[in-house]
Ligand binder design. Structure first.
Ligand code: NDP
Ligand code: GDR
Length: 373
C-alpha cells in the first residue's frame, strides 16, 4: 500500500486529493494545524476512527513553520509521495502578513525537502509542490506556459517563487523526484469563502435569501483562467506517477472576467443584472427576476458595489494558461467548465442560504462571518 503525506489536507485541494488517493488505495496522512475551533469540516466525511484497525486516513498535528515537527512526521510516515499544499494562500492577505507568508509558503517547502534529505529518503519519496499561476504576475507572454518568464506581484507570489526554484534545485542537486504543478485558479463548493468566486456565489445566494444586503467587490475587470479543483488534484497525482519529474502548467486555456462570474452566478439564481457606472462607482442592479430562488430581491435593488478596500497594492490583471504539455504528455484535459463549476457552487451555497433563511424566519440566530477578503 502506497503512503502519501499531504500538507494543507484541511484545505480545498487537500480534501479532494485525500479523497482521490483513498479511492486509489493509498494510506493517506495529513498535517492539520491546531486551531481553537474544529477546522476539519472539509475532511470530516473521510475521517476514520483511529481506534478502528486499518484506518487508512490519519491526521497529524503540525505546522509548516515547525522544522522538528515536520521532520518527525516525515520519519514516522516515510511517505512514498508528499503533496505540499499547505500555504497562507490568500494573495491580498500576503500584503498584510508578508513575513509569515514567506515563512510558510517559502521556507516551509525548504523544511520539507530538507527533511527528505536529512532522513535519506531522496530515492524513496516523491515531492509535489503547489506552484501557482501567480508566479507569472505581470505577464510576459500570453498564454502562459512552462517556459514563460516569471514576474511575481505579491509577497505570496514571491514566496511561491522561492518554493518553485528550491524544488527544482533539490531535484537537480540531490536527485529528488520533485515536481512543480503551476496551477491556475481552481475553485469548487469547498473554496475558501474569501476567494473571489466563492465570495460571489455565497454572497449572492445570501443576498437572494435576504441574509446580506450587498456584495462589495474589488477589481471586477480582473481576468482569470478558472478550473475545477477536482480536475486539478487528478493532475497533481499524475505528475508523481511519471518516469521522470517535470513541471507542468495546469489550466483550462479559457479566460473570463470577475464581472462575467458575477453575471453567471446571478443567472443561476434567476436574476438578470445590469451593470452601470464605472471605476469605483460601478454598481450592479437587478433588471429582472425569474423563478423563486431570490425571494428577497426586487427589480431595481443594487446587489453589487465596488469597495477600494478590496483593491490590491499590486494587481495581477490577467492570467491565461496553456495546458498543452499536460495534455500531450499526461493525457490530461479538464472535464468541468467554469460555467458548470459556477452552477455547482451557487447550488451548494443556495442550499445553505435557504437553511439559514429558515432559521432566521423562526427567530433563530444565523451565523454571520466577519471575515473580509
Ligand atoms: P486553501 O487555502 O484552501 O488551503 C490551505 C491549506 O494550508 C489549509 O489546509 C491550511 O490549514 C493549510 N495551512 C495554512 N497555513 C499553514 C501552516 N502554517 N502550516 C501548515 N498548514 C497550513 O488552499 P487551496 O487548497 O486552494 O490550495 C492548495 C495549495 O495550492 C496552496 O499552497 C495554494 O497556495 C496553491 N494554489 C492554489 C490555487 C487555487 O486556485 N486554489 C492555484 C495555485 C496554487 P487551515 O485549514 O488550518 O487553514
Ligand atoms: P487569486 O484569487 O488572487 O487569483 O489567488 P482571488 O479569488 O482572491 O482573486 C482573483 C481576482 O479577483 C479579484 N477580485 C477580488 N478578489 C477577492 N478575493 N475579493 C474581492 O472582493 C475581489 N474583487 C475582485 C482579485 O483582485 C484578483 O484579481 C488564487 C489563490 O488561490 C492563490 O493561492 C493561487 O495561487 C492563485 O489563485 C492561482
Amino acid at each position: 500500500m502506497k503512503k502519501a503525506l499531504i500538507t494543507g489536507v484541511t484545505g480545498q485541494d487537500g480534501s479532494y486529493l485525500a479523497e482521490f488517493l483513498l479511492e486509489k488505495g493509498y494510506e493517506v496522512h495529513g498535517i492539520k494545524r491546531r486551531a481553537s475551533l474544529f477546522n476539519t469540516a472539509r475532511v470530516d466525511h473521510i475521517y476514520q476512527d483511529p481506534h478502528v484497525d486499518n484506518a487508512n486516513f490519519k491526521l497529524h498535528y503540525g505546522d509548516l513553520t515547525d522544522t522538528s515537527n515536520l521532520t518527525r512526521i516525515m520519519r514516522e510516515v516515510e511517505p512514498d509521495e508528499v503533496y505540499n499544499l499547505g500555504a497562507q494562500s490568500h494573495v491580498a492577505v500576503s500584503f498584510e502578513a508578508p513575513e509569515y507568508t514567506a515563512d510558510v509558503d517559502a521556507i516551509g517547502t525548504l523544511r520539507l525537502l530538507e527533511a527528505i534529505r536529512f532522513l535519506g529518503l531522496e530515492k524513496k519519496t516523491r515531492f509535489y509542490q503547489a506552484s501557482t499561476s501567480e508566479l507569472y504576475g505581470l505577464v510576459q507572454e500570453t498564454p502562459q506556459k512552462e517556459t514563460t518568464p516569471f514576474y511575481p506581484r505579491s509577497p505570496y507570489a514571491v514566496a511561491k517563487l522561492y518554493s518553485y526554484w528550491i524544488s527544482v534545485n533539490y531535484r537537480e542537486a540531490y536527485g529528488i523526484y520533485a515536481c512543480n504543478g503551476i496551477l491556475f485558479n481552481h475553485e469548487s463548493p469547498r473554496r475558501g469563502e474569501t476567494f473571489v468566486t466563492r465570495k460571489i456565489t455565497r454572497g449572492l445566494a445570501n443576498i437572494a435569501q435576504g441574509l446580506e444586503p450587498c456584495l462589495y467587490m474589488g477589481n471586477i475587470d480582473s481576468l482569470r483562467d478558472w478550473g475545477h479543483a477536482k480536475d486539478y488534484v487528478r493532475m497533481q497525482w499524475l505528475m508523481l506517477q511519471q518516469e521522470s519529474p517535470e513541471d507542468y502548467v495546469i489550466a483550462t486555456g479559457v479566460q473570463y472576467s470577475v464581472r462575467e462570474f458575477i453575471t453567471w452566478s446571478s443567472e443561476e439564481l434567476g436574476i438578470t443584472l445590469e451593470f452601470s457606472g464605472s471605476g469605483v462607482d460601478e454598481i450592479a442592479t437587478v433588471a429582472a427576476i425569474e423563478g423563486n430562488k431570490a425571494p428577497a430581491l426586487k427589480v431595481g435593488d443594487v446587489v453589487m458595489r465596488i469597495d477600494p478596500l478590496y483593491f490590491r497594492p499590486a494587481e495581477v490583471e490577467t492570467l491565461l494558461g496553456d495546458p498543452a504539455k499536460a495534455k500531450q504528455k499526461l493525457g490530461w484535459v479538464p472535464e468541468i467548465t467554469a460555467q458548470e463549476m459556477c452552477s455547482e457552487m451557487v447550488t451548494e451555497d443556495l442550499k445553505v442560504a435557504k437553511r439559514h433563511a429558515l432559521l432566521k424566519e423562526h427567530g433563530m440566530e444565523v451565523p454571520v462571518s466577519v471575515e473580509i477578503g
